[in-house]
Design a protein around this ligand. Structure first.
Ligand code: TXD
Length: 317
């Protein structure tokens, strides 16, 4: 069986990390596309040169020509401008909507059968633009944010309880970032829900509230520390988990920005919800029942996604 082909559109910090992880996990061959093809080619060659040391054979090339992504099985899109200190994700909308519309055209013309994972911010709006402009089936276009948000939440919970991150599950919904909705009653340590752990005296509600706030601001915390650019190791790892679920038909249940068509009472919006990812792309949207409080938080989050999408519509038509 021939190796899978994975196209990375955007060869910046996340793009480079994605390529490295694809090599280490032997997920397939890589084409890195960037408006700076030299950067894409340099990173591809550098990473391929680590193959003999780490024992992987993935072939990697860089390019500035969309023809290079022809026939890709998976496309992961990070092209665009990152958030700088003081900038909100929303400030990025005007800059990145045009970039995503261009990338969508490239995908439509060269690999319309691919599974497309969008990472570029503001995520929930950019993934919507990608689906609209590429015309790909909605189940083949998803946005990565929830895996990252829940990974951050899991880390902070594991640190609070002094247990392995492996035994902590977390459940987040809604838009990426400030309006993210963590469902603590579905977040567990080895199956024990967080509210029960509060009752068991493992922590306090105040501490959980602080962890939730830190998680929602997780991207901003890193932007502030880095001073230029935004997080890239954990975002790349998160997108790889989604790509792997598709390529290996794992049917993993992961939170992702998915196209809703009636689920949760929402039509034609991309919102972060738990989905099943397998060979069919997004094979199922998991609909949970909300408490009134959760419902209010989810609605607020959806309203902010709606605003971003309305702004994108004006920009790219
Ligand atoms: O959870 C999430 N979804 C995110 C999103 C978490 C972290 C970062 N997130 C966003 O990902 C971030 O706000 C950015 O919008 C993207 C990419 O982040 P990265 O850190 O990789 O940004 P870089 O290093 O600036 O890389 C972007 C690359 C860079 O090499 C540009 O030359 C290229 O994109 N670029 C383009 N490539 C192709 N085509 C076009 N038009 C283009 N414009 C810029």
């Amino acid at each position: 069986m021939a190796r899978k082909k994975i196209a990375l559109v955007g060869a910046g910090n996340i793009g480079g990390t994605l390529a490295h992880l694809i090599g280490l996990k032997e997920l397939g061959d890589v084409v890195m596309f960037d408006v700076f093809p030299g950067v894409a080619s340099g990173k591809a060659l550098d990473i391929m040169q680590s193959g003999p040391v780490d024992g992987f054979d993935s072939h990697m090339v860089g390019s500035g020509d969309y023809a290079a992504i022809a026939g890709a099985d998976v496309v992961i899109v990070t092209a665009g401008f990152p958030r700088m200190p003081g900038m909100s994700r929303d400030d990025l909308v005007s800059k990145n909507a045009g970039v995503i519309a261009q990338v969508a055209e490239g995908i439509k013309n060269n690999c319309p059968d691919a599974f497309v994972i969008v990472i570029t911010n503001p995520l929930d709006a950019m993934v919507w633009v990608m689906q609209q402009k590429s015309g790909l089936p909605p189940e083949k276009v998803v946005g990565m944010a929830g895996v990252l948000d829940s990974s951050r939440f899991r880390l902070f919970l594991a640190q609070e309880f002094n247990v392995s991150v492996e035994d902590v599950t977390a459940f987040v919904l809604g838009g990426h970032g400030d309006t993210m909705v963590p469902l603590t009653r579905y977040s567990t340590v080895a199956g024990i829900p967080v509210p029960d752990l509060v009752k068991m005296g493992w922590t306090t509600q105040e501490k959980i509230d602080a962890i939730v706030a830190r998680t929602a601001n997780g991207g901003g915390e890193i932007v502030k520390l880095l001073e230029k650019g935004s997080a890239f190791y954990a975002p790349a790892a998160s997108a790889i988990a989604m790509a792997e679920a598709y390529l290996k038909d794992k049917k993993r249940v992961l939170p992702a920005a998915a196209h809703l068509n009636g689920q949760y009472g929402i039509k034609d919006l991309y919102v972060g919800v738990p989905v099943v990812i397998g060979a069919g792309g997004v094979e199922r949207v998991v609909e949970v029942q909300f408490t009134p409080e959760e419902e209010a938080a989810f609605k607020k989050s959806v309203a902010s996604v709606e605003e971003l999408i309305a702004a994108s519509k004006k920009l790219v038509g």
